[in-house]
Design a protein around this ligand. Structure first.
Ligand SMILES: [Fe+2]
Length: 208
């Protein structure tokens, strides 16, 4: 189920791009809903039992929600969390590559955020200090978007994911792209320290 959900979760990107010539959900459609509809139409899951088919489709439908709803059935909750972690792990290096290109250019493609190397929003830092992930709509500068991605470590679910984020060094690269101000340096220390604890499977102060 996890493999199928992972394979098909962004299927809606194809019709989205073909119809709207953009991958911005904000100015087109919710691509997760489109993935759900497209996948259901393709009959690619017809070999599965109706229950498992529903599981995959529902996990695909929820993969881009800011938060998962409370009280999901345990099998769906688990599948949706695996899919969301895998998706973030996959996107992080893509975003890093995109940001590296954007450094020499202007802003981040498709987000339309202004890029000023020194600008960032204090409320985004404050949320991350409280170990809360900011919402994408709270990003006003491209640096806020970098911080938004860093905040994903507070929205991951499995030790294996944190281990891979640590092993692949994504946070170090992302923080090196931000201005080296005292508040950002201290936030970098907090998030990197939290990631190390999470990767080791340690209980963290904010979970107790
Ligand atoms: Fe997606």
């Amino acid at each position: 189920m996890c493999e199928l959900a992972a394979l098909y979760h962004d299927l809606g990107r194809f019709p989205q791009y073909s119809r709207y010539k953009t991958m911005s959900d904000a100015i087109s459609v919710n691509h997760a809903l489109l993935s759900f509809k497209t996948l259901r139409k393709t009959k690619r899951l017809k070999g599965l039992s109706p229950k498992n088919r529903r599981l995959v489709l529902r996990a695909v439908f929820m993969h881009n929600r800011p938060e998962l709803p409370q009280g999901l059935p345990p099998d769906l909750d688990y599948l949706a969390r695996v899919l969301r972690d895998a998706d973030k792990l996959d996107i992080m290096p893509v975003v890093i590559g995109m940001l590296k290109k954007a450094e020499n250019n202007h802003g981040i493609p498709y987000l339309n955020l202004p890029s000023d190397p020194q600008k960032y929003s204090p409320h985004v830092i404050e949320l991350l200090r409280q170990r809360k992930r900011p919402h994408i709509s709270q990003a006003h500068w491209s640096n806020d978007y970098v911080l938004f991605i860093c905040g994903w470590i507070y929205d991951m679910n499995f030790q294996a994911t944190w281990r891979l984020v640590a092993k692949r060094g994504f946070l170090g690269v992302l923080f090196s792209m931000l201005p080296q101000t005292p508040d950002l340096l201290s936030l970098g220390e907090q998030i990197t320290g939290d990631l190390a604890l999470l990767a080791q499977g340690e209980k963290t102060p904010w979970e107790t």
